[in-house]
Design a protein around this ligand. Structure first.
Ligand SMILES: [Zn+2]
Ligand SMILES: [Zn+2]
Length: 242
């Protein structure tokens, strides 16, 4: 795959030998795009009804009083966490290639999915002072070569006037979360993040960014730290929801 950081003219020259193809189906695509229109259209969306707080989809035909199994019996410290897409099928595959396959160019479609979350009524028209990516532990970032949340946060912020500020740091290298249930995830993450030295979020409205929302534990722990440091509000947006 071609790094998009190449100057366009070099990119165009290389493209003569390696015509750009869709990252999913290998159909040919326009220059500097990585998904064909068919694959874009196949990305599964989060459809209503879903939880207003954590966006967990509910089974169809529920009553107004349905309580969210993901939110009940715990405190989530963000105002809400929003995603427009499900981390299923094609979306899951692209996210996986981006994050674990080190295919940095896939930040473009992933940031596109993230951007769509801003059209959600819970975020649309809302004022944010700062965009904050969920940090990786430095050892993991070195191993991966980048922080996927920071890459997509930068692309998102580039289309707005809100600055990206990596004000958080991850101070504990936590084991992978996937084997844990909700309560264990929360416990495992406690104390994993802190505000960086000489950073100030007092009085700020924060938009917190990550690639995927699973149970919301990571976003909640980051939001807890930001609020404790004086942030007025913390809304979260992700490219996809598990
Ligand atoms: Zn395709
Ligand atoms: Zn919920």
């Amino acid at each position: 795959m071609l790094p998009v950081a190449l100057p366009r003219i070099v990119h165009a020259a290389v493209s003569l030998f390696y015509p750009p193809t869709c990252a999913v189906c290998s159909a040919s695509v326009e220059d500097l795009e990585y998904l064909c229109p068919d694959c874009r259209a196949r990305a599964p969306r989060v459809v209503a009804p879903f939880c207003a707080k954590c966006s967990e989809p509910f089974p169809a035909a529920i009553t107004q009083t349905f309580s969210c199994a993901n939110c009940e019996n715990r405190k989530l410290h963000f105002d809400c966490a929003v995603a427009a897409y499900r981390s299923r099928g094609l979306v899951r595959k692209v996210l996986h290639q981006f994050k674990y396959g080190k295919q940095r160019h896939l930040r473009l479609p992933v940031a596109g999915w993230l951007r769509e979350s801003l059209s959600d009524p819970r975020l649309r028209g809302r004022h944010f002072d700062v965009v904050v990516p969920v940090p990786l532990h430095p050892a993991r970032e070195r191993e991966r070569g980048f922080n996927q949340a920071a890459l997509i946060a930068e692309l998102l912020a580039a289309s707005t006037t809100v600055p990206v500020r990596p004000v958080l740091e991850r101070i504990r290298y936590t084991t992978t979360q996937t084997a844990y249930d909700r309560a264990e995830r929360m416990e495992n993450l406690h104390g994993a993040f802190r505000l960086r030295k000489n950073r100030d979020v007092r009085g700020l409205h924060v938009l917190l960014i990550d690639d995927v929302l699973t149970t919301g534990s990571t976003l909640s722990e980051c939001a807890r730290v930001l609020r404790a440091a004086g942030a007025i509000s913390v809304h979260a947006a992700t490219a996809a929801r598990a």
